[in-house]
Design a protein around this ligand. Structure first.
Ligand code: SN0
Length: 316
C-alpha cells in the first residue's frame, strides 16, 4: 500500500481486518519491520487518540517517530497557489511538504475541514498536496472529508462485538454546540458500505451527508424508527452539507438517551470521541454496560498498526 487516505487504498479489506486481529493478539510480531524508518506526524488540529495511537503503532513496528504541531512552532503556511506572499504566511505548503518528506519515510497528516468553502474541503486541498509533493507515503490522520483510521477501528470493534453475522448498525446525528466536519460520518458510511451489515443513517432534515458518500444508503428521518432492533448505535454530530458548515438544529430530542436505547436490541453504543456528554449522549448511556467507546478508542492502535504495516511491507 502506498498511501492510506480512504478504504479503497486497501487492496483487500478482509485481509486488512485479519491482520488487525493478528496484531491485536501479538502487537510486537513485526517489531523490526520499521527499523531505521521514521514516521512524521503533522497536526494542523488538536488530537488525543490519533496522536497517541499512531505514535504507539509506529513504535510497536520499530519505527522512530517525530510529532510536529505545525501551528505551534512551524511557519504559518500559505496553501493557495499563485498568490503574492506579502501577508503573514512566510512559507508555502508547496515547499514545506517536500521538505518534511526529506526527514521521514511515512507522513501522517491531520487537517480538518474549514467548513467555509465546500468545494475546497471536498477537493481535499491540503491532503492532496501532501500526497502529490511529499515523495513518501501519506497516512490520513483525519482530513477534510474522511477519517479512515477511525472508521477502520470502528469496523474492528463491530466485528469484535457483533453477535450475529449481519448486525443492524445505525449512524445517528446528535446535537452539538459547534459546527463539526463530516469527515467521521462520511468515512463511517464509506466503510460500512463495504460490509453486508444492515446499515441505516438517521438525521434531521438538512443534515443529509454528501450523496457521493451516501450512494444508496437508507436515510430514516424518524430516529426512534431507525433505532428499532439496532445492534450498534454510532452517534456523531456533523454540520450541514447542503447549507455547508451551518448548524441548523440543536434539538436535544436527538441526544442519545435510555429512551432511544430501549427500542434497540441491547445495542452497543459507539462514538469516535471526544464526545460532549449530555449533548451527544447522556451520562447513563455512555457510562452504561453497552458503551464501547473506550474499547473503540483502544482499537485505534490496531487500525493504525495495520495501515503502517501494509505501507512498510511495500517500502522494504
Ligand atoms: C472532530 C470532528 O471531526 O468531529 C474530531 C473527531 C475525531 N471533533 C471535534 O472537533 C470536536 C470538537 C468539540 O468542540 O467538541
Amino acid at each position: 500500500m502506498n498511501k492510506f487516505t480512504c478504504v479503497n487504498d486497501l487492496s483487500n479489506l478482509d485481509d486488512a481486518l485479519k491482520l488487525a486481529f493478528e496484531l491485536k493478539k501479538d502487537p510486537y510480531k513485526y517489531q523490526t519491520l520499521g527499523k531505521n524508518k521514521t514516521m512524521l506526524l503533522v497536526f494542523f488540529n488538536s488530537s488525543l487518540r490519533t496522536r497517541l495511537s499512531t505514535q504507539k503503532a509506529a513504535l510497536n513496528l520499530g519505527m522512530n517517530v517525530i510529532v510536529f504541531d505545525i501551528n505551534a512552532g512551524g511557519w504559518k503556511l500559505e496553501t493557495e497557489m499563485g498568490v503574492i506572499m506579502d501577508g503573514n504566511k512566510p512559507e508555502h505548503i508547496r515547499e514545506a511538504v517536500p521538505v518534511i518528506g526529506k526527514y521521514c519515510d511515512i507522513i501522517g497528516v491531520r487537517s480538518f475541514a474549514g467548513l467555509k468553502n465546500r468545494e475546497d474541503d471536498y477537493s481535499e486541498k491540503i491532503l492532496q498536496q501532501f500526497v502529490d509533493y511529499a515523495g513518501v507515503p501519506v497516512v490520513s490522520l483525519e482530513n477534510a472529508t474522511r477519517h479512515p483510521l477511525q472508521s477502520f477501528a470502528d469496523l474492528i470493534t463491530i466485528e469484535e462485538y457483533k453477535t450475529k453475522k449481519r448486525p443492524k448498525v445505525v449512524l445517528s446525528w446528535a446535537p452539538h454546540p459547534k459546527a463539526l466536519p463530516q469527515a467521521v460520518p462520511n468515512s463511517f458510511v464509506e466503510w460500512m458500505r463495504k460490509t453486508d451489515y444492515d446499515f441505516v443513517v438517521t438525521n434531521p432534515e438538512g443534515y443529509d451527508l454528501s450523496p457521493s458518500f451516501m450512494g444508496d444508503v437508507k436515510i430514516e428521518r424518524d430516529q426512534m424508527k431507525a433505532f428499532k432492533n439496532a445492534d450498534f448505535i454510532y452517534a456523531k454530530n456533523w454540520a450541514s452539507y447542503s447549507e455547508y458548515g451551518k448548524i441548523l438544529s440543536q434539538d436535544k430530542s436527538w441526544t442519545i438517551s435510555d429512551r432511544q436505547m430501549a427500542v434497540t436490541n441491547h445495542a452497543k453504543f459507539m462514538h469516535c470521541l471526544p464526545v460532549r456528554r449530555n449533548m451527544i449522549v447522556t451520562d447513563s448511556v455512555i457510562d452504561g454496560p453497552d458503551s464501547l467507546v473506550i474499547q473503540e478508542a483502544g482499537n485505534r492502535l490496531f487500525s493504525a498498526q495495520t495501515a503502517l504495516k501494509l505501507i512498510l511491507d511495500q517500502l522494504k
